[in-house]
Design a protein around this ligand. Sequence first.
Ligand SMILES: *Cc1c(COP(=O)(O)O)cnc(C)c1O
Length: 461
Amino acid sequence: MAIKYIPEPFRIKMVETIKMLTREEREQKIAEAKYNVFNLRSEDVYIDLLTDSGTNAMSQEQWAGVIRGDEAYAGGSSYFKLIETAQDIFGYKYIQPVHQGRAAEKVLFGLLLEEGKYSISNMHFDTTRAHVELAGGRAIDCVVAEAADPAKRAPFKGNMDVEKLESLINEYGAEKIGLVIMTVTNNSAGGQPVSVQNVRETAEICKKYGIKFCIDAARYAENAYFVKQRESGYENKSIKDIVKEMFSYADMFTMSAKKDTIVNMGGLIGIKEDEELFQACKARTISFEGFTTYGGLSGRDLEALAIGLYEGLDESYLRYRIGQLEYLASRLDEAGIAYQSPVGGHGLFVDAKAMFPHIPYYEFPGQALAIELYKEAGIRACDIGSYMLGNDPDTGEQLKSKFEFTRLAIPRRVYTQAHIDIMAEALIAIKERASEVRGYRITWEPPILRHFQASLEPINK
Ligand SMILES: *Cc1c(COP(=O)(O)O)cnc(C)c1O
Protein backbone atom coordinates (compact mmCIF):
# COMPACT_ATOMS: atom_id res chain seq x y z
CA MET A 1 0.00 0.00 0.00
CA ALA A 2 1.25 3.45 -0.88
CA ILE A 3 1.50 5.81 2.09
CA LYS A 4 -1.15 8.49 2.50
CA TYR A 5 -0.73 11.68 0.50
CA ILE A 6 -0.37 14.76 2.74
CA PRO A 7 -3.07 17.20 1.56
CA GLU A 8 -1.98 20.57 0.19
CA PRO A 9 -1.96 23.17 3.00
CA PHE A 10 -3.20 25.85 0.59
CA ARG A 11 -5.95 26.44 -1.91
CA ILE A 12 -5.44 27.72 -5.43
CA LYS A 13 -6.31 31.29 -6.35
CA MET A 14 -4.61 31.71 -9.72
CA VAL A 15 -4.12 29.00 -12.31
CA GLU A 16 -1.89 28.45 -15.30
CA THR A 17 -3.35 26.23 -18.02
CA ILE A 18 -1.30 23.24 -19.11
CA LYS A 19 -2.16 20.70 -21.74
CA MET A 20 -1.05 17.25 -22.76
CA LEU A 21 -0.30 16.82 -26.44
CA THR A 22 -1.26 13.54 -28.11
CA ARG A 23 1.31 10.74 -28.13
CA GLU A 24 1.95 11.32 -31.86
CA GLU A 25 2.55 15.02 -31.22
CA ARG A 26 4.90 14.26 -28.31
CA GLU A 27 6.88 11.80 -30.41
CA GLN A 28 7.19 14.42 -33.12
CA LYS A 29 8.20 17.19 -30.66
CA ILE A 30 10.93 15.13 -28.99
CA ALA A 31 12.30 14.08 -32.40
CA GLU A 32 12.32 17.74 -33.49
CA ALA A 33 14.12 18.53 -30.20
CA LYS A 34 16.83 16.05 -31.32
CA TYR A 35 15.97 13.92 -28.28
CA ASN A 36 17.30 16.62 -25.96
CA VAL A 37 14.71 17.73 -23.35
CA PHE A 38 16.37 21.14 -23.02
CA ASN A 39 15.30 21.84 -26.63
CA LEU A 40 11.59 21.33 -25.86
CA ARG A 41 9.35 24.35 -25.51
CA SER A 42 7.74 24.46 -22.08
CA GLU A 43 4.30 24.85 -23.69
CA ASP A 44 4.77 21.36 -25.14
CA VAL A 45 5.44 19.91 -21.69
CA TYR A 46 2.56 18.74 -19.46
CA ILE A 47 4.42 18.29 -16.14
CA ASP A 48 7.79 20.06 -15.99
CA LEU A 49 10.21 18.36 -13.60
CA LEU A 50 13.42 19.61 -15.19
CA THR A 51 14.39 21.48 -12.01
CA ASP A 52 13.05 22.80 -8.70
CA SER A 53 15.15 25.96 -9.16
CA GLY A 54 13.19 29.16 -9.69
CA THR A 55 10.11 27.17 -10.71
CA ASN A 56 8.25 27.69 -7.42
CA ALA A 57 4.76 29.18 -6.95
CA MET A 58 4.75 32.31 -4.80
CA SER A 59 2.05 32.94 -2.19
CA GLN A 60 -0.50 35.78 -2.15
CA GLU A 61 1.64 37.45 0.54
CA GLN A 62 4.67 37.33 -1.75
CA TRP A 63 2.71 38.70 -4.71
CA ALA A 64 1.39 41.48 -2.47
CA GLY A 65 5.04 42.11 -1.54
CA VAL A 66 5.88 42.42 -5.25
CA ILE A 67 3.58 45.45 -5.38
CA ARG A 68 5.05 46.89 -2.17
CA GLY A 69 8.69 46.40 -3.25
CA ASP A 70 10.75 49.57 -2.83
CA GLU A 71 12.64 50.24 -6.07
CA ALA A 72 15.01 52.86 -4.62
CA TYR A 73 18.59 52.50 -5.88
CA ALA A 74 20.01 52.84 -2.37
CA GLY A 75 18.63 52.12 1.10
CA GLY A 76 15.23 50.75 0.02
CA SER A 77 12.84 49.46 2.69
CA SER A 78 12.63 46.02 1.02
CA TYR A 79 16.40 45.69 1.48
CA PHE A 80 16.17 46.37 5.20
CA LYS A 81 13.25 44.00 5.56
CA LEU A 82 15.28 41.26 3.87
CA ILE A 83 18.37 41.87 6.03
CA GLU A 84 16.40 41.83 9.28
CA THR A 85 14.59 38.63 8.27
CA ALA A 86 17.79 36.82 7.30
CA GLN A 87 19.57 37.99 10.48
CA ASP A 88 16.66 36.70 12.53
CA ILE A 89 16.66 33.26 10.87
CA PHE A 90 20.37 32.60 10.48
CA GLY A 91 21.80 34.62 13.36
CA TYR A 92 24.55 36.17 11.19
CA LYS A 93 25.62 39.78 11.51
CA TYR A 94 26.18 40.46 7.80
CA ILE A 95 23.85 39.59 4.91
CA GLN A 96 24.35 40.52 1.26
CA PRO A 97 21.70 39.91 -1.40
CA VAL A 98 22.85 38.84 -4.90
CA HIS A 99 20.93 37.76 -7.99
CA GLN A 100 21.31 33.98 -7.54
CA GLY A 101 23.44 31.28 -5.90
CA ARG A 102 26.29 31.29 -8.40
CA ALA A 103 26.67 35.05 -7.94
CA ALA A 104 27.18 34.47 -4.20
CA GLU A 105 29.86 31.91 -5.08
CA LYS A 106 31.54 34.28 -7.52
CA VAL A 107 31.64 37.15 -5.03
CA LEU A 108 32.81 35.12 -2.03
CA PHE A 109 35.12 32.44 -3.43
CA GLY A 110 37.33 34.96 -5.20
CA LEU A 111 38.27 36.21 -1.72
CA LEU A 112 39.04 32.80 -0.21
CA LEU A 113 40.62 30.73 -2.96
CA GLU A 114 43.52 31.12 -5.34
CA GLU A 115 45.90 29.00 -7.42
CA GLY A 116 47.14 26.02 -5.38
CA LYS A 117 44.27 26.09 -2.85
CA TYR A 118 41.57 23.49 -2.32
CA SER A 119 37.93 23.47 -1.41
CA ILE A 120 36.62 20.33 0.31
CA SER A 121 32.88 19.66 0.37
CA ASN A 122 30.46 16.84 1.12
CA MET A 123 29.69 17.40 -2.60
CA HIS A 124 30.17 20.49 -4.73
CA PHE A 125 27.18 21.47 -6.84
CA ASP A 126 28.19 22.07 -10.53
CA THR A 127 28.27 25.88 -10.31
CA THR A 128 30.03 25.69 -6.93
CA ARG A 129 32.75 23.53 -8.46
CA ALA A 130 32.95 25.90 -11.43
CA HIS A 131 33.46 28.95 -9.15
CA VAL A 132 36.07 27.14 -7.04
CA GLU A 133 37.96 26.47 -10.29
CA LEU A 134 37.41 29.98 -11.71
CA ALA A 135 38.96 31.36 -8.51
CA GLY A 136 42.02 29.18 -9.25
CA GLY A 137 41.22 26.46 -6.70
CA ARG A 138 40.49 22.75 -6.95
CA ALA A 139 37.36 21.05 -5.62
CA ILE A 140 37.43 17.76 -3.67
CA ASP A 141 34.24 15.87 -2.78
CA CYS A 142 34.18 14.03 0.54
CA VAL A 143 30.73 12.50 1.00
CA VAL A 144 30.06 9.40 3.15
CA ALA A 145 30.41 6.11 1.24
CA GLU A 146 26.74 5.11 1.62
CA ALA A 147 25.72 7.95 -0.72
CA ALA A 148 26.95 5.78 -3.60
CA ASP A 149 24.54 2.93 -2.85
CA PRO A 150 21.03 3.83 -4.13
CA ALA A 151 19.39 0.83 -2.41
CA LYS A 152 20.82 1.54 1.04
CA ARG A 153 18.33 3.41 3.26
CA ALA A 154 20.30 5.55 5.70
CA PRO A 155 19.00 8.72 7.37
CA PHE A 156 21.82 11.11 6.44
CA LYS A 157 23.37 10.02 3.15
CA GLY A 158 24.38 13.63 2.45
CA ASN A 159 26.91 13.78 5.31
CA MET A 160 30.57 14.71 5.10
CA ASP A 161 32.96 11.82 5.71
CA VAL A 162 34.66 13.57 8.64
CA GLU A 163 37.50 11.08 9.00
CA LYS A 164 38.35 11.43 5.35
CA LEU A 165 38.08 15.22 5.68
CA GLU A 166 40.72 15.26 8.42
CA SER A 167 43.02 12.95 6.49
CA LEU A 168 42.65 15.14 3.36
CA ILE A 169 43.57 18.21 5.43
CA ASN A 170 46.67 16.44 6.73
CA GLU A 171 47.56 15.17 3.27
CA TYR A 172 47.34 18.57 1.50
CA GLY A 173 48.29 20.74 4.50
CA ALA A 174 45.79 22.96 6.35
CA GLU A 175 47.26 26.14 4.81
CA LYS A 176 46.30 24.81 1.35
CA ILE A 177 42.62 24.38 2.23
CA GLY A 178 40.91 27.68 1.44
CA LEU A 179 37.46 26.53 2.36
CA VAL A 180 35.32 23.67 3.58
CA ILE A 181 31.77 23.72 2.15
CA MET A 182 28.78 21.83 3.53
CA THR A 183 25.99 21.54 0.95
CA VAL A 184 22.57 21.18 2.64
CA THR A 185 20.78 19.19 1.46
CA ASN A 186 23.37 17.36 -0.60
CA ASN A 187 21.93 18.08 -4.04
CA SER A 188 24.31 16.01 -6.17
CA ALA A 189 23.80 12.94 -3.93
CA GLY A 190 20.04 13.10 -4.59
CA GLY A 191 18.83 15.80 -2.17
CA GLN A 192 20.08 13.75 0.78
CA PRO A 193 20.16 15.50 4.18
CA VAL A 194 23.07 16.28 6.48
CA SER A 195 22.73 15.83 10.26
CA VAL A 196 23.33 18.66 12.71
CA GLN A 197 25.88 16.41 14.41
CA ASN A 198 27.78 16.10 11.14
CA VAL A 199 27.80 19.88 10.68
CA ARG A 200 29.08 20.28 14.26
CA GLU A 201 31.84 17.68 13.79
CA THR A 202 32.90 19.24 10.50
CA ALA A 203 33.01 22.66 12.20
CA GLU A 204 35.22 21.28 14.98
CA ILE A 205 37.73 19.97 12.47
CA CYS A 206 37.73 23.31 10.61
CA LYS A 207 38.31 25.15 13.89
CA LYS A 208 41.13 22.81 14.90
CA TYR A 209 42.99 23.55 11.66
CA GLY A 210 41.95 27.20 11.30
CA ILE A 211 39.99 26.62 8.07
CA LYS A 212 36.96 28.71 7.03
CA PHE A 213 33.66 26.81 7.02
CA CYS A 214 30.88 27.73 4.58
CA ILE A 215 27.36 26.32 4.20
CA ASP A 216 25.93 26.02 0.67
CA ALA A 217 22.44 26.71 1.95
CA ALA A 218 20.05 26.27 -1.02
CA ARG A 219 17.85 23.71 0.79
CA TYR A 220 18.39 24.66 4.44
CA ALA A 221 14.68 24.30 5.32
CA GLU A 222 14.17 20.87 3.76
CA ASN A 223 17.35 19.77 5.52
CA ALA A 224 16.06 21.03 8.89
CA TYR A 225 12.79 19.17 8.34
CA PHE A 226 14.68 15.90 7.80
CA VAL A 227 16.71 16.60 10.96
CA LYS A 228 13.49 17.01 12.91
CA GLN A 229 12.19 13.71 11.53
CA ARG A 230 15.36 11.66 11.79
CA GLU A 231 17.92 13.01 14.28
CA SER A 232 17.43 12.19 17.93
CA GLY A 233 17.14 15.20 20.20
CA TYR A 234 15.50 17.37 17.51
CA GLU A 235 11.95 15.90 17.46
CA ASN A 236 10.54 18.74 19.52
CA LYS A 237 12.59 21.64 18.17
CA SER A 238 11.14 24.13 15.71
CA ILE A 239 12.47 24.23 12.13
CA LYS A 240 13.72 27.75 12.82
CA ASP A 241 15.68 26.65 15.89
CA ILE A 242 17.23 23.75 13.97
CA VAL A 243 18.25 26.12 11.16
CA LYS A 244 19.74 28.55 13.65
CA GLU A 245 21.75 25.86 15.41
CA MET A 246 23.04 24.44 12.13
CA PHE A 247 24.20 27.85 10.89
CA SER A 248 25.76 28.72 14.26
CA TYR A 249 28.58 26.24 13.52
CA ALA A 250 29.66 27.83 10.22
CA ASP A 251 31.48 31.09 9.44
CA MET A 252 29.52 32.01 6.31
CA PHE A 253 26.99 30.79 3.78
CA THR A 254 26.15 31.14 0.11
CA MET A 255 22.55 30.58 -0.89
CA SER A 256 20.54 30.11 -4.05
CA ALA A 257 17.17 31.52 -2.99
CA LYS A 258 15.53 29.92 -6.04
CA LYS A 259 14.99 26.75 -4.00
CA ASP A 260 13.75 26.74 -0.37
CA THR A 261 12.80 30.41 -0.15
CA ILE A 262 10.12 29.76 -2.79
CA VAL A 263 10.88 32.63 -5.16
CA ASN A 264 11.83 32.65 -8.84
CA MET A 265 15.10 34.59 -8.56
CA GLY A 266 17.51 35.58 -5.80
CA GLY A 267 20.51 34.66 -3.68
CA LEU A 268 22.26 35.56 -0.44
CA ILE A 269 25.66 35.69 1.16
CA GLY A 270 25.82 35.50 4.95
CA ILE A 271 28.89 36.23 7.07
CA LYS A 272 28.69 35.52 10.76
CA GLU A 273 31.06 38.16 12.16
CA ASP A 274 34.12 38.76 9.95
CA GLU A 275 33.70 42.44 9.15
CA GLU A 276 36.76 42.66 6.94
CA LEU A 277 35.51 39.81 4.75
CA PHE A 278 32.09 41.45 4.53
CA GLN A 279 33.63 44.76 3.41
CA ALA A 280 35.51 42.90 0.68
CA CYS A 281 32.29 41.13 -0.36
CA LYS A 282 30.49 44.46 -0.62
CA ALA A 283 33.18 45.81 -2.94
CA ARG A 284 32.92 42.78 -5.23
CA THR A 285 29.12 42.88 -5.12
CA ILE A 286 29.17 46.46 -6.38
CA SER A 287 31.39 45.49 -9.34
CA PHE A 288 29.59 42.26 -10.28
CA GLU A 289 26.00 42.60 -9.11
CA GLY A 290 25.09 46.20 -8.37
CA PHE A 291 24.93 48.46 -5.34
CA THR A 292 24.89 46.62 -2.01
CA THR A 293 21.27 47.43 -1.16
CA TYR A 294 19.88 45.68 -4.23
CA GLY A 295 22.58 43.18 -5.24
CA GLY A 296 21.37 42.50 -8.79
CA LEU A 297 17.71 42.19 -7.79
CA SER A 298 14.68 44.45 -8.11
CA GLY A 299 13.15 45.82 -4.91
CA ARG A 300 10.13 43.59 -5.55
CA ASP A 301 12.40 40.52 -5.63
CA LEU A 302 13.96 41.52 -2.29
CA GLU A 303 10.50 41.92 -0.77
CA ALA A 304 9.25 38.52 -2.05
CA LEU A 305 12.47 36.90 -0.85
CA ALA A 306 12.11 38.34 2.65
CA ILE A 307 8.58 36.88 2.86
CA GLY A 308 9.64 33.55 1.32
CA LEU A 309 12.41 33.09 3.90
CA TYR A 310 9.76 32.70 6.61
CA GLU A 311 7.26 30.77 4.46
CA GLY A 312 9.93 28.19 3.64
CA LEU A 313 10.24 27.36 7.36
CA ASP A 314 6.54 26.64 7.83
CA GLU A 315 6.24 23.10 9.09
CA SER A 316 2.86 22.26 7.57
CA TYR A 317 4.22 23.35 4.20
CA LEU A 318 7.38 21.24 4.66
CA ARG A 319 5.34 18.21 5.76
CA TYR A 320 3.32 18.46 2.53
CA ARG A 321 6.41 19.15 0.42
CA ILE A 322 8.48 16.21 1.67
CA GLY A 323 5.25 14.18 1.87
CA GLN A 324 4.77 14.54 -1.91
CA LEU A 325 8.18 12.96 -2.51
CA GLU A 326 7.57 10.21 0.05
CA TYR A 327 4.19 9.40 -1.50
CA LEU A 328 5.72 9.14 -4.98
CA ALA A 329 8.55 6.99 -3.59
CA SER A 330 6.11 4.64 -1.89
CA ARG A 331 4.21 4.14 -5.14
CA LEU A 332 7.49 3.19 -6.80
CA ASP A 333 8.34 0.82 -3.94
CA GLU A 334 5.04 -0.96 -4.58
CA ALA A 335 5.91 -1.30 -8.26
CA GLY A 336 9.49 -2.44 -7.60
CA ILE A 337 11.08 0.60 -9.26
CA ALA A 338 14.51 1.47 -7.83
CA TYR A 339 15.62 5.04 -6.95
CA GLN A 340 18.14 6.82 -4.72
CA SER A 341 16.62 5.91 -1.37
CA PRO A 342 15.36 7.06 0.98
CA VAL A 343 13.92 9.72 -1.30
CA GLY A 344 15.50 13.17 -0.90
CA GLY A 345 13.98 16.59 -0.42
CA HIS A 346 13.63 18.15 -3.84
CA GLY A 347 13.44 15.34 -6.31
CA LEU A 348 13.26 11.65 -6.95
CA PHE A 349 16.26 10.12 -8.71
CA VAL A 350 15.11 6.99 -10.56
CA ASP A 351 17.77 4.30 -11.02
CA ALA A 352 17.65 4.01 -14.83
CA LYS A 353 20.47 1.45 -14.82
CA ALA A 354 18.20 -0.89 -12.82
CA MET A 355 15.22 -0.15 -15.10
CA PHE A 356 17.19 -0.72 -18.36
CA PRO A 357 19.96 -3.25 -17.58
CA HIS A 358 20.29 -3.91 -21.35
CA ILE A 359 21.30 -0.29 -22.13
CA PRO A 360 25.04 0.31 -21.54
CA TYR A 361 26.25 3.57 -19.97
CA TYR A 362 27.50 4.83 -23.36
CA GLU A 363 23.94 4.56 -24.72
CA PHE A 364 22.64 6.69 -21.82
CA PRO A 365 19.95 4.85 -19.83
CA GLY A 366 19.11 8.00 -17.79
CA GLN A 367 18.49 9.98 -20.97
CA ALA A 368 16.48 7.11 -22.48
CA LEU A 369 14.17 7.16 -19.44
CA ALA A 370 13.80 10.95 -19.61
CA ILE A 371 12.69 10.63 -23.26
CA GLU A 372 10.28 7.79 -22.43
CA LEU A 373 8.69 9.93 -19.68
CA TYR A 374 8.03 12.67 -22.18
CA LYS A 375 6.62 10.24 -24.73
CA GLU A 376 4.53 8.45 -22.11
CA ALA A 377 2.96 11.40 -20.27
CA GLY A 378 4.45 14.72 -21.40
CA ILE A 379 6.72 14.76 -18.32
CA ARG A 380 10.07 16.56 -18.63
CA ALA A 381 12.81 15.12 -16.40
CA CYS A 382 16.57 14.99 -16.99
CA ASP A 383 19.53 12.64 -17.02
CA ILE A 384 21.95 12.70 -14.09
CA GLY A 385 24.38 10.09 -15.37
CA SER A 386 26.92 9.39 -18.09
CA TYR A 387 25.10 11.57 -20.62
CA MET A 388 25.45 14.58 -18.30
CA LEU A 389 28.98 13.66 -17.23
CA GLY A 390 30.42 13.88 -20.76
CA ASN A 391 33.84 12.95 -22.12
CA ASP A 392 37.28 12.73 -20.59
CA PRO A 393 38.90 16.11 -21.44
CA ASP A 394 42.25 14.41 -22.19
CA THR A 395 41.25 11.28 -24.15
CA GLY A 396 37.85 12.42 -25.48
CA GLU A 397 36.38 9.10 -24.36
CA GLN A 398 32.92 8.83 -22.84
CA LEU A 399 33.17 8.78 -19.03
CA LYS A 400 31.28 6.15 -17.07
CA SER A 401 29.17 7.66 -14.29
CA LYS A 402 28.79 5.91 -10.94
CA PHE A 403 25.03 6.39 -11.31
CA GLU A 404 22.58 6.41 -14.20
CA PHE A 405 19.76 8.47 -12.70
CA THR A 406 16.77 10.22 -14.23
CA ARG A 407 15.83 13.09 -11.93
CA LEU A 408 12.24 14.14 -11.35
CA ALA A 409 12.72 17.50 -9.58
CA ILE A 410 9.53 18.74 -7.94
CA PRO A 411 8.77 22.50 -8.07
CA ARG A 412 7.38 23.89 -4.79
CA ARG A 413 3.60 24.35 -4.38
CA VAL A 414 3.05 23.80 -8.13
CA TYR A 415 1.72 20.27 -8.71
CA THR A 416 -1.03 18.29 -6.93
CA GLN A 417 -1.60 14.66 -5.99
CA ALA A 418 -3.16 13.92 -9.39
CA HIS A 419 0.07 15.06 -11.07
CA ILE A 420 2.16 12.94 -8.71
CA ASP A 421 -0.01 9.94 -9.59
CA ILE A 422 0.62 10.59 -13.29
CA MET A 423 4.38 10.51 -12.59
CA ALA A 424 4.08 7.16 -10.78
CA GLU A 425 1.81 5.67 -13.45
CA ALA A 426 4.11 6.79 -16.28
CA LEU A 427 7.10 5.14 -14.61
CA ILE A 428 5.13 1.95 -14.00
CA ALA A 429 3.99 1.83 -17.65
CA ILE A 430 7.56 2.32 -18.85
CA LYS A 431 8.82 -0.41 -16.53
CA GLU A 432 6.32 -2.85 -18.06
CA ARG A 433 7.80 -2.35 -21.52
CA ALA A 434 11.36 -1.65 -20.32
CA SER A 435 12.99 -4.38 -22.42
CA GLU A 436 11.76 -2.69 -25.63
CA VAL A 437 13.36 0.68 -24.81
CA ARG A 438 16.53 1.37 -26.76
CA GLY A 439 19.55 3.55 -26.03
CA TYR A 440 20.70 6.72 -27.80
CA ARG A 441 23.77 7.94 -29.59
CA ILE A 442 25.04 11.52 -29.82
CA THR A 443 25.11 12.98 -33.33
CA TRP A 444 26.46 16.40 -32.34
CA GLU A 445 27.92 17.81 -29.12
CA PRO A 446 29.65 20.99 -27.94
CA PRO A 447 32.98 20.62 -26.08
CA ILE A 448 31.73 21.39 -22.53
CA LEU A 449 28.43 21.06 -20.64
CA ARG A 450 27.18 19.14 -23.64
CA HIS A 451 23.96 17.82 -22.13
CA PHE A 452 22.28 21.23 -22.49
CA GLN A 453 22.83 21.39 -26.23
CA ALA A 454 23.74 18.02 -27.75
CA SER A 455 21.69 16.30 -30.48
CA LEU A 456 20.88 12.60 -30.19
CA GLU A 457 19.20 9.81 -32.13
CA PRO A 458 17.71 6.48 -31.05
CA ILE A 459 19.72 3.34 -31.74
CA ASN A 460 17.62 0.82 -33.70
CA LYS A 461 18.97 -2.64 -33.24
C1 LIG B 1 21.10 25.76 -7.37
C2 LIG B 1 22.28 25.56 -6.53
C3 LIG B 1 23.38 26.43 -6.60
C4 LIG B 1 23.48 27.55 -7.64
O1 LIG B 1 22.47 28.44 -7.51
P1 LIG B 1 21.83 29.24 -8.75
O2 LIG B 1 20.78 30.06 -8.08
O3 LIG B 1 21.29 28.25 -9.71
O4 LIG B 1 22.91 30.08 -9.34
C5 LIG B 1 24.44 26.20 -5.75
N1 LIG B 1 24.43 25.19 -4.88
C6 LIG B 1 23.40 24.33 -4.78
C7 LIG B 1 23.44 23.22 -3.80
C8 LIG B 1 22.29 24.48 -5.61
O5 LIG B 1 21.29 23.61 -5.53
